[in-house]
Write a protein that binds this ligand. Sequence first.
Ligand SMILES: [Zn+2]
Length: 227
Amino acid sequence: MPSLPDLTAEQRADIRQACGFACVRCGVTIYRYLALPDHSGATLLCPTCHGLVEEGRLTATQVQSFHANPVVRQRHFARDRLPFSADLPQLIVGGARVLRDTPIPITLDGEPILVFAPPRRTNGATRISVRLGNSEGEPVQVIDGNEWMPTNGSWHFLLRGDRYSMMAARGDGLAVLRIVARNKIAVEHLRTTIRGRRLEVTPDWLEIDGKRHVDRIGSGTLIGLEM
Ligand SMILES: [Zn+2]
C-alpha cells in the first residue's frame, strides 16, 4: 500500500475523521496515510499493521473491511487505554512533579524532542510528535503530529501493553511513552544523541551530557527545559 505524501491538510483531516483518528485495524493513534487497495480513497494504518500488509499477512479485502468498520467505532473498543483526550496531556517526566500545560517538555540543541498538542477535533487523539537523533546524531522527525514518518525501516514502532515504543534500527535511540490514562502520558524511557549531545529521560530523572537532573522541567510553559 503506497504512502500518500501529497495530501492536503483538509484531505488528511477527512481521512482521520473517516478512520476514527487511529489505525483502522488496532486503534493505535500513530499511523501512516495509505492508499486503499481498491483506490477508492485513503486509510490509516499503524506501522505494525502496515507491516502485516507489506508481508502479505493482511489481504486487500481485510484492509478494505477494517477501513469500512474502523475498530475505534466498535463497541468493545477501550478508548481509555489510548490517548483519546480533548485536553493537552499531563506528563510524568524527569521528576516527581506532574507537568501540566507543557507542550514541549524538552528541547536538545534547539530540537523539540517531544511535542504534545490536543486534537483538532474533540473526539480525536492527542497529537504527538517525536524528534530523535539517527545513528549519525542528526535529528530526524520520527513522528509528526501522529504521522509515522520513517519509510526506510530506519525506525521500528511497537505497541506493547499501554506503551508506544519507537526504536532506531541502528544505534541506541529510543522513546517509550506509556499511556497512563487518556490524558496522562509518562515518558517511560527516552534516549538520544543529537550533534554529540546525549539525552536520557525517565519518569524520575533526566540526564544531559552525563549530568543528572530531577524536577528541572518547568510546568505550565511552552518549553519546559531548553538544553
Ligand atoms: Zn494497527
